[in-house]
Design a protein around this ligand. Structure first.
Ligand code: NDP
Length: 261
């Protein structure tokens, strides 16, 4: 029987991860099966345990369970500990990792050839938590975190020298990279950015993928370069695949195929 993996979240029906991991498996001749599991909001740990007991090898974790996944692990990587959020579980060992940050940085540096210094990160949930450390490690001189619930941005920034927090209406200064790590785009909304933040010379990056969000529309209208989160999705998946299988799949051919589709 093929080794079993899955993406677990709520909602999860929209996830492209099964398709991506199936393509990685074909390209690297790995025998695995990758499914989608929607866990009840109050039943994450029990759903993980059922999958493990039935022989499941690993899980990717998506919203809103990344913090709960972190709490469930017996050991975690350094980057997951810093993030306090886990998106990759190895079920045989109880190990947890977070590949979101490295996935975002690889997309920015390798796929988009974009170097950044001053970063504005919008959001304070699991996705934002996962990327602050990687952005600073990749050389960002400063990361300003703005979130609707300001206390969450403050708590997150306090964990990283080089990061600071701001309310949306108090944002000041210029940024060369503005990352939307909120889920606002899924509801057809945009974080309330002051005028002037999105401008020519800025890369506006929305982690939401596969749709033209109001954030990306506003950025394009202001003359900024724009990108959705598809490259990050593929890169974080490749890192998870490597953790589970010890094989690093190529990402560019798959990304080109997905973008073409
Ligand atoms: P969470 O539910 O943990 O956090 C959601 C965040 O969005 C919170 O900061 C919340 O603010 C904010 N938010 C929600 N609605 C609005 C709004 N209308 N206006 C302003 N802020 C809002 O989700 P995650 O952090 O896990 O995920 C965020 C997004 O990133 C999701 O859409 C997810 O699909 C995407 N993502 C993409 C990845 C990729 O590989 N491309 C990887 C990971 C995530 P508050 O705290 O005030 O509630």
């Amino acid at each position: 029987m093929s080794d079993r993996y899955a993406i677990i979240g709520n909602p999860v029906a929209h996830s492209k991860s099964p398709w991506i991991h199936a393509a990685f498996a074909r390209a690297t001749s790995q025998d695995l099966d990758y499914a989608r599991i929607e866990a009840p909001l109050d039943g994450f740990a029990a759903t993980v345990e059922r999958f493990r007991a039935a022989g499941g090898k690993g899980l990717n974790v998506t919203l809103p369970f990344k913090q709960e996944a972190f709490a469930l692990c017996s050991t975690v990587s350094a980057r997951a500990r810093v993030a306090q959020a886990v998106n990759t579980l190895v079920l045989e060992t109880g190990f947890g990792d977070n590949t979101d940050g490295i996935g975002l940085v690889r997309d920015l540096e390798q796929n988009l050839s974009f170097s950044f210094s001053s970063v504005l990160l919008l959001g304070g949930g699991g996705a934002a938590q996962g990327v602050v450390g990687a952005l600073l490690d990749a050389g960002a001189a400063r990361v300003v975190i703005a979130n609707r619930t300001v206390s969450k941005a403050q708590a997150l920034a306090a964990r990283f020298p080089g990061a600071s927090a701001s309310a949306y209406e108090e944002l000041a200064g210029e940024f060369d990279l503005v990352i939307n790590a909120t889920s606002a785009g899924l509801a057809g909304e945009s974080p309330p950015l002051p005028a002037g933040v999105l401008r020519s010379g800025v890369l506006a990056y929305d982690m939401v993928y596969g749709r033209e969000t109001p954030f990306l529309q506003a950025a394009r209208g202001a003359g900024a370069r724009t990108c959705d989160g598809l490259g990050m999705l593929v890169e974080q998946a490749a890192e998870s695949f490597f953790i589970w299988r010890g094989v690093r799949p190529q990402t560019r051919p798959l990304l080109e195929k997905l973008r073409g589709a």
